[in-house]
Ligand binder design. Structure first.
Ligand code: HEM
Length: 209
């Protein structure tokens, strides 16, 4: 067993204070930075040729103008892609994804969603995700993959025309890219709100402080 797998194993089974292994925490924060840069520069790119009947406020965009925003978008893209690929590889190689995110059953999701809505969801074992968490985390990984693929297809529609065609053409790929961004923003709002609601004592256990 690799030392990374061993770290993951220990984190998942021992009743220690640290629940997330160090590599997960480091990659999580690199990812958070890259995603924020991608979202804010993406909004500036959108403003140059809006898909819908609204524009994003200049105060929450990055890059100042279309050219500047594209530079930010493509710079953060490398951070996101390299970090994301290593994260996926480690998640698969250490068995973390399988252990933490599977299985996801419809009945489990429905009963945990009901329990959460009636404030009856148990939080006694923080090393285990409930079914709603599993579904959201697995779902956001899929959305992350689709936003990267649709981004690549609108960045290089000539070189990667098979990919652009797979999305149904350039215009559809743009909408797919935008919808994935919206899903990520919605996820972030819920994720940050829930993290802020977790009592300090539990947070200290999770992040080891
Ligand atoms: C490898 C990753 C990515 C690549 C290669 C990429 C590439 C691109 C390109 C080329 C555009 C310009 C589209 C146009 O000219 O109309 C664009 C727009 C945009 N991107 Fe990305 N992107 C990536 C990831 C992301 C991520 C992670 C987000 C946000 C979470 C994001 C949000 C946006 C938004 C909001 C727009 C403006 C949508 C539009 O009006 O078309 N992108 N992206």
């Amino acid at each position: 067993m690799s030392s990374l797998a061993a770290t993951d194993e220990r984190a998942a089974t021992a009743p220690t204070r640290v629940i997330q292994p160090a590599w997960v925490r480091v990659m999580h924060w690199i990812n958070a930075l890259a995603i924020i840069l991608m979202i804010m520069s993406g909004w500036q790119i959108y403003n140059a040729s809006p898909l819908f009947d609204f524009r994003f406020s200049h105060a929450i965009t990055l890059g100042g103008w279309l050219g500047g925003a594209l530079l930010w978008h493509f710079a953060a893209m490398w951070l996101l892609m390299v970090n994301g690929l290593v994260y996926l590889a480690l998640g698969l190689a250490t068995g973390r994804f399988r252990k933490k995110l599977l299985p996801i059953t419809p009945s489990g999701v429905i009963s945990d969603a009901k329990a959460a809505l009636t404030f009856k969801l148990a939080h006694d074992d923080l090393t285990k995700y409930n079914y709603v968490q599993k579904l959201l985390y697995a779902g956001i990984i899929v959305v992350g993959i689709v936003i990267v693929l649709s981004g690549l297809s609108i960045w290089k529609p000539v070189q990667l025309q098979w990919l652009t065609a797979l999305f149904g053409g350039y215009d559809v790929a743009r909408y797919v890219h935008f919808i994935c961004m919206s899903a990520i923003v919605a996820f972030l709002i819920v994720h940050v709100a829930l993290a802020a609601l977790v009592p300090k004592s539990l947070r200290a256990m999770i992040i080891g402080r």
